[in-house]
Design a protein around this ligand. Sequence first.
Ligand SMILES: O=P(O)(O)OC[C@H]1O[C@H](OP(=O)(O)OP(=O)(O)O)[C@H](O)[C@@H]1O
Ligand code: HPA
Length: 175
Amino acid sequence: MVKLHDLEFEPYISEEEIMQVIDQISETLNKDFGNKNPVFLGVLNGSFMFASEIIKRFNSDCEISFVKMGSYEGTETTGNVKTLLGLNQDLKGRQVILLEDIVDTGNTLVEIDQILKQAEVEDYKVVTLFFKPDAYKKDIPVQYKGMDIPNEFIVGFGLDYDGLGRNLTQVYKRK
Ligand SMILES: O=P(O)(O)OC[C@H]1O[C@H](OP(=O)(O)OP(=O)(O)O)[C@H](O)[C@@H]1O
Ligand code: HPA
């Protein structure tokens, strides 16, 4: 059990399970994007740990860039996704692999979709470690999903509750 601010969280997904899932995703990404020189685009802050593990396992040429988006207060989305740091690289005509720690309501994805269309990327695919099918209400396809999880608030492996919990190496859910 861990306590973060006022809430208690219990162990939910082990580090071993997370690494197995990342190995599986990476195998597919190596098959699908080897020799395409893709740009991995991580969505900060939450994706930093996942992005690092994915990139370490990619065996061909690639580049890495980040955007920083924010919309959560406590355990709920505000519905207002702010671009805190935008694209700082020309992605026109590039193959982009978007790296998310979690796709929940999909609000963040809608915002990033606009950013990538405006940047005139050739194509982009979405990779997410965690996906909440019961919460996702948008039409943007999510091509690579590590793990479907129920609509419960989780922390760890990059995901936070009001800033805390990102350093946890396994995932916890709200007790
Ligand atoms: O599908 P959604 O409901 O939009 O939720 C997903 C987004 O929420 C989290 O980011 P957050 O806004 O909490 O910022 P953070 O990554 O800095 O924690 C997470 O990292 C995703 O980017
Ligand atoms: O379940 C979650 N936990 C932490 N951050 C999040 N951002 C969207 N969903 C979540």
